[in-house]
Ligand binder design. Structure first.
Ligand SMILES: Cc1ncc(COP(=O)(O)O)c(C=O)c1O
Length: 408
């Protein structure tokens, strides 16, 4: 019998140690906000995932564990089925989350002072992974024509030409961290865009770290291309990070994996991980169940998310002038251009928190190009989304009518 998932049902996440719902007082200054920030979903995960975790929990010894063979098999099968990527089991390396893996990758393959390219506005922990490893961030900002974002590959070529000075002839750009699909702007990079990027990286011997955590959350009429599938050369030059955590809402289980086809790099990466820093037994059980049994959940989830995005966009277009929604092709995160409200970063932050009473992600945190934008997480029941939009509408209307000062 087919399960019909009810994404309209509100699941109360308060008092569950939820980052999104239980930290908002501390981080945003109020308990009375509608929380649409950190990228997890307010929906339960698939019931067969819950069953798998419960079954493992029933057996009361939680000692040191390793991923079962069946988990490797299901990953190999899924990457082939979903992306046409034929990988070998031994290329898979588990990590305790993608950010954790990014830190390991930067740590393993750079020396302090090396430069790492990122393409802002982008998921801000990329910056920390670079800086906390003693490296320097080199920005290749996305190009934006007011409607759509693209990678600025001409500028990237220039960066490689110009920043290879000290010591003489030693390239200091070691790697580029790619967000694909791109959080927060929602682009799903086309095969052609990825091929052009890959060519530049190959030409300049630049390692490509491809964070593809959102790759199954496709909400536009697009396909996701795994960067490493572009060519065998690029496959050898790329470390791909994947997870079931966004797709099936499992982030709290801190289990994801890297696919590293290059044997030498895989060895170095494994050495760089601290101790048993590689996922956990509940995470393994959940990941396997999600990949094995999650297809129908995902199908219904994508229908719901697309409807949420349509509702959100339509509401803003009809009722809130001055805001522009950048329609995502992937992820459940929506990037909204609020520059017409004519507020500086702090004013916009105060306005969103204190007047609209929403907890969102401030655009400026995503680096250059993010100022004047806000990121909304639409993975919530529509009733919550509607309430948030009504708050926003009233707050924007109040500025226009009364011209009240924006700072509380
Ligand atoms: C692009 C991207 N990478 C990584 C993460 C976090 O992954 P993890 O929780 O596995 O560290 C997120 C979460 O929002 C993300 O958007």
């Amino acid at each position: 019998m087919k399960v019909l998932y009810n994404f309209d049902a509100v699941t109360d996440r308060k008092n569950t140690n939820s980052m999104k719902w239980d930290k908002s007082n501390k981080l945003f200054g109020s308990d009375d906000l509608i929380n649409m920030w950190v990228a997890d979903m307010d929906f339960p995960c698939p019931e067969l995932v819950v069953k798998a975790v419960k079954e493992r929990a029933e057996y009361p010894v939680y000692g040191y564990s390793f991923p079962p063979e069946s988990l490797y098999d299901v990953i190999v099968e899924r990457l082939d089925r979903v992306y046409g990527w034929k990988i070998k089991k031994e290329w898979i390396v588990f990590t305790a989350g993608v950010v954790n893996g990014l830190y390991s990758a930067v740590g393993a393959f750079t020396n302090p002072g090396d430069e790492v390219v990122v393409q802002p506005p982008v998921y801000y922990p990329f910056f920390n992974a670079v800086k906390d490893n003693g490296c320097q961030i080199l920005y290749n900002p996305l190009a934006f024509d007011g409607q759509r974002y693209a990678m600025d590959l001409d500028n990237l070529e220039e960066l490689f030409k110009t920043v290879t000075t000290f010591p003489a002839r030693v390239p200091r750009i070691k790697m580029l961290i790619l967000c694909s699909p791109h959080n927060p702007v929602g682009r799903v990079w086309s095969k052609e865009e990825l091929a052009a990027l890959g060519e530049i990286c190959l030409k300049n011997n630049c390692m490509l770290i491809s964070d593809e955590i959102h790759s199954e959350l496709l909400v536009g009429d697009v396909q996701h291309t795994v960067t490493a599938t572009i060519s065998p050369e690029l496959e050898q030059q790329t470390i791909t990070f994947l997870s079931a955590s966004k797709t099936f809402n499992l982030a709290g289980l801190a289990t994801s994996f890297a696919v590293i086809p290059n044997d030498y790099w895989r060895g170095e990466f494994i050495k760089s991980r601290a101790g048993h820093n590689s996922g956990n037994l509940f995470g393994f059980a959940a990941l396997e169940a999600a990949f094995r049994h999650g297809d129908e959940y995902l199908r219904q989830l994508l229908v719901y998310l697309k409807d949420n995005i349509k509702f959100f966009t339509g509401y803003i277009e009809s009722n809130i002038s001055g805001l522009k929604v950048i329609k995502p092709e992937g992820t459940y995160l929506v990037w909204v251009d609020m520059r017409k409200l004519d507020m500086n970063a702090l004013e916009l932050q105060n306005f969103i928190r204190c007047k609209a009473r929403l907890a969102l992600d401030d655009g400026y945190a995503f680096g250059p190009g993010g100022e004047g934008f806000q990121r909304f997480n639409l993975a919530c029941p529509r009733i919550v989304l509607r309430a948030a939009l009504e708050r926003l509408e009233q707050a924007v209307a109040a500025i226009k009518v009364t011209n009240i000062p924006l700072n509380p």
